[in-house]
Ligand binder design. Structure first.
Ligand code: ZN
Length: 178
């Protein structure tokens, strides 16, 4: 399962909702996040609304797979866009042995381009949920993450102050647009 969309679209909230339901069903769940994302908390997955759950930070997809316990039924992964493309085979391996994998992440980077492994994950997933935020400019459904500060590289991780959600019409492809 892939939960994707722009920033502020509620991806982490939806991931944690599914994880909570699995726990209510007494299914062993493990939650992971990439080590690169240290915006809010080193261990917890935290939504912009402050809802959180314990997550194990892993540096690579190999470390993620190696950390999955034999009895784990559900694996949740937040900010999956920050893994390299090897995450695709890693989650496919887990899914092939019967693990339910729920991965949440950005589908597009700040330039509106497909983000890292997410397009490939969307292609092999049984279920894709694309969420929308609200455009900060006009209030329409937003599908893009507008970067508001100058920074180098796709992997720049900013807090909510560095980005805002924009619709296709209000989005400006240049790195800085205020
Ligand atoms: Zn707009």
């Amino acid at each position: 399962e892939i939960v994707c969309g722009s920033m502020f679209s509620g991806k982490t909230e939806e991931l944690l909702r599914r994880v909570k339901r699995a726990r209510l069903a007494r299914q062993p769940v493990q939650l992971f996040k990439p080590k690169v994302d240290d915006r809010y908390d080193a261990v917890k997955v935290v939504t912009h609304e402050g809802v959180n759950a314990d997550a194990l930070p892993v540096a690579t997809s190999e470390e993620l797979v190696g950390s999955v316990s034999p009895d784990t039924a559900v694996v949740g992964i937040d900010e999956v866009q920050f893994f390299d493309v090897s995450i695709v085979r890693a989650v496919e391996g887990l899914a092939n042995r019967g693990v339910r994998v729920i991965a949440a992440g950005l589908d597009q980077d700040y330039e509106g381009h497909p983000f890292g492994p997410v397009p490939a994950l969307m292609a092999i997933a049984e279920y894709v949920t694309k969420l929308h935020a609200v455009c900060a400019r006009c209030g329409a459904e937003a599908c893009r993450s507008q970067r508001l500060v100058a920074a180098e590289g796709q992997l720049f991780v900013g807090g909510s102050a560095a980005y805002e959600a924009r619709c296709r019409a209000c989005f400006v492809a240049e790195a800085v647009a205020g």
